[in-house]
Design a protein around this ligand. Structure first.
Ligand code: ZN
Length: 149
């Protein structure tokens, strides 16, 4: 039987900077084996029981993957519609296919815009402080849908 795990977490980078946390959103839930969370984290949480707390370190390769420098590119500002306001941090998909990478603007000069197609956490080793709040059997509906409810 597949299980559904709920857990609270605090995510930090190797320098100890806070990246993300479940605080204020409530615990995150996932269905075992459904790729709802990164593989390196799921593998470790599956070994835990309700009420267990653990620090789980996940290498970039088992998190959001390595950075690909070829996904960083500089384009002419004239490639964008003239009326489009561009800001560092803006994100957009370059085309309409569902798996097209999401690019972020990382730099803007008078004539050029630098785009980065890497996930913002690519290449970063992640450190999670996890507390499992619930472990239960998945319902048939959850298994049919492939995600936790
Ligand atoms: Zn569903």
């Amino acid at each position: 039987m597949k299980k559904v795990f709920s857990f609270e977490y605090t995510l930090k980078d190797p320098q100890g900077n806070l990246i993300d946390s479940s605080e204020g959103h409530g615990p995150l839930k996932f269905l075992e084996g459904s790729s709802q969370i990164i593989p390196g984290l799921e593998k470790e949480i599956l070994l835990l029981n309700e009420e267990d707390s653990k620090r789980i370190n996940v290498k970039a390769e088992e998190a959001y993957g390595p950075r690909h420098e070829d996904l960083v590119m500089e384009v002419e500002k004239t490639q964008f519609p003239e009326d489009q306001v561009l800001n560092v941090g803006d994100q957009f998909q370059v085309n309409d296919t569902p798996d097209a990478p999401i690019f972020s603007i990382i730099a803007i000069t008078d004539t050029k815009v630098t785009l980065d197609g890497n996930h913002p956490l690519a290449g970063i080793d992640l450190s999670f402080d996890v507390k499992v709040t619930e472990v239960r059997q998945a319902t048939e509906e959850e298994i049919a849908h492939g995600h936790a409810h």
